[in-house]
Design a protein around this ligand. Structure first.
Ligand code: NAP
Length: 525
């Protein structure tokens, strides 16, 4: 059965919208699903998950471009509590990941909590009542004690600001909004961008199209992808001897984790990986001119390191041209470069990425005193442990500011954040607590520390411009440490980091005993 046919709300939507929920979750990517599953497991049933699309999956539902696959090993890029023994490959393809997400949705019984095709367009905190009011594009208003936002950092595709973009008469679409009705066969096609999406698209469509013109502004660093099919015997071993599957996941985890030393602690070590990547280019690209165009001048790791075995071979093809002259404008019939040449094409594919570092929220969020989140984040997004934001009580942001990774699986971070949020939600379910708001001084101290650590990382010192940073150079996206450090820091929600306001208006800190038992419950419950 497909995802779409299963999306059936089990309760009357309007009735549900009127009552006060314990939790309202926004988004059904890994973040939203994980939160829903953990609530269900904890015995908290009063929650609804709103999803703007027509099925679960978030970025894995949206990105259906040819060749879409994960660049983190699937045995790690999956929930720790829902291991899958039969991943077809080491790096799973998009469809298989989406199927896994749908399986988890059903297996953990949260589909009846999901309302699809419901787009949130605003959220407002009522400080008097300690309640969030969430409005949707179809005119509903949901009320909830807590809101968990799982809208993701890569959900808003960006079309480049290139002169004449609207004048093009041929087909044009973004990689995250692939037009499957457009037949690329034999066509002259422009691909703009050479990031993680483009390097998967280019080798997949190059054998189909007539001519492919790839417009590169900055070359990415690429290393071989240690991918392979997983045979039925290995799948069988994983299924029948779960400790071996667990060991395999741990091995991947630690191999990836070592990368942090070079990314964030001592970027000089990146030179070793850079040498390896340069050898890879030398081996893969015989043409010296092409090789030079493909060799980056910034330190490896500054932008996301890409993994591919078929990107360089695709660029060696006769029908693929790498254009590096810089785009002047888009015309009615193609792309004009700064050298005055017009590249006539039938279609333009924009693999130009997403609004990430500058992104606030896809909808308006108002916290205490009606403050807008976009105002609070005027100088760049920041939160405490990437999850709670001072002035915006009872709001938990999964994949919030500075929780992204350059080296491992985001699901590790998501699970840590969800376990942290769950502790907060447990506090809020206590009848006498109206709201909890992270203290501003705690948030400020945390961000000063994070920014100090980031200033020494390759993402700052590597000499590149990347989507990790805002236009002012502030890194608002990445976590500058090991994932186990983040897990440790989010393991217990420290009540002294928060202002708790009781229903009678008084500030109150929960006792040590109650904090301790709630953290244990949130972790193991
Ligand atoms: P991206 O990494 O941001 O790459 C965008 C590309 O478009 C860059 O090469 C950029 O060049 C180029 N570009 C942007 N504006 C341009 C302009 N005006 N003219 C010419 N070129 C322009 O976007 P993405 O490839 O979609 O990947 C985004 C993120 O999604 C990745 O970093 C990754 O986290 C995630 N992703 C993951 C996977 C996976 O396997 N798990 C797959 C795809 C994407 P510059 O480099 O010069 O800015």
């Amino acid at each position: 059965m497909t995802a779409q046919t299963l999306e059936r709300p089990s309760v009357n939507q309007t009735a549900q919208a009127e009552k006060i929920l314990d939790v309202l979750i926004i988004g059904t990517g890994f973040a939203g699903l994980c939160m829903g599953i953990r609530l269900k497991k904890a015995g908290i049933g009063s929650f609804v998950i709103l999803e703007k699309g027509n099925g679960v999956g978030g970025t894995w539902r949206e990105n259906t471009y040819p060749g879409a696959a994960c660049d983190v090993q699937s045995h790690l890029y999956s929930f720790s509590f829902a291991p899958k023994s039969n991943w077809s490959r080491l790096f799973g393809p998009q469809r298989e990941i989406l199927d896994y997400m749908n399986d988890c949705t059903d297996r953990f019984g949260i589909r009846s909590h999901i309302r699809t095709n419901v787009e949130v367009n605003g959220a407002r905190f009522d400080e008097k009542l300690g309640i969030w009011e969430i409005s949707t594009a179809n005119g509903e208003v949901y009320k909830a004690k807590a809101v968990v936002s799982g809208t993701g950092g890569l959900s808003r595709p960006v079309l480049p600001n290139i002169k004449g973009i609207d004048t093009f008469k041929g087909a044009k679409f973004h990689s995250a909004k692939w037009d499957h009705n457009y037949n690329l066969e034999g066509k002259t096609v422009a691909v703009i961008g050479t990031g993680a999406s483009a390097i998967q698209i280019v080798p997949t469509i190059a054998p189909i199209v007539g001519t492919l013109k790839l417009f590169q502004r900055t070359p990415p660093w690429i290393i071989p992808k240690p991918d392979a099919q997983i045979g039925s015997s290995v799948k069988g071993i994983f299924k029948f001897i779960p400790p071996l599957r667990w060991l395999f996941r741990k091995a991947i985890y630690w191999i990836n984790e070592i990368g942090v030393i070079a990314f964030a602690i001592n970027p000089k070590l990146m030179k070793i990986i850079e040498k390896f990547a340069k050898n890879f280019i030398a081996k893969s690209i015989p043409n010296p001119e092409l090789r030079q165009k493909l060799t980056p001048t910034y330190t490896i790791g500054c932008k996301r390191i890409l993994l591919s075995n078929d990107y360089y071979p695709a660029l060696n093809r006769e029908n693929v041209e790498l254009v590096t002259d810089g785009i002047e404008e888009i015309t009615a019939s193609g792309v004009k470069t700064k050298d005055g040449k017009e590249h006539k094409v039938d279609a333009i594919i924009f693999a130009t990425g997403f609004q990430a570092a500058e992104a606030v929220s896809p909808f308006e969020i108002r916290g205490r005193n009606g403050q807008l989140l976009s105002d609070a984040w005027e100088d760049g997004a920041e939160a405490y442990l990437g999850t709670t934001i001072s002035g915006f009580p009872n709001l938990f942001m999964i994949v919030g500011p500075n929780t992204g990774l350059g080296h491992s699986s985001m699901i590790l971070m998501i699970e840590s954040q969800v376990q942290y949020a769950l502790q907060g939600i447990r506090y809020l379910r206590k009848k006498n607590i109206k709201f909890m708001d992270v203290r501003k001084d705690v948030q400020d101290r945390f961000n000063a520390e994070i920014q100090d650590r980031l200033s020494r990382s390759v993402w700052t010192t590597g000499g590149c411009v990347s989507w990790y940073n805002t236009s002012t150079g502030r890194n608002t996206t990445l976590w500058p440490g090991f994932t186990f450090e983040f897990k440790a820091r989010t393991f217990f929600l420290r009540s002294k980091d928060y202002e708790f306001v009781r229903v009678d208006g008084k500030a109150k800190k929960p006792s040590f005993g109650s904090r301790f038992s709630m953290a244990l419950n949130a972790t193991f419950g």
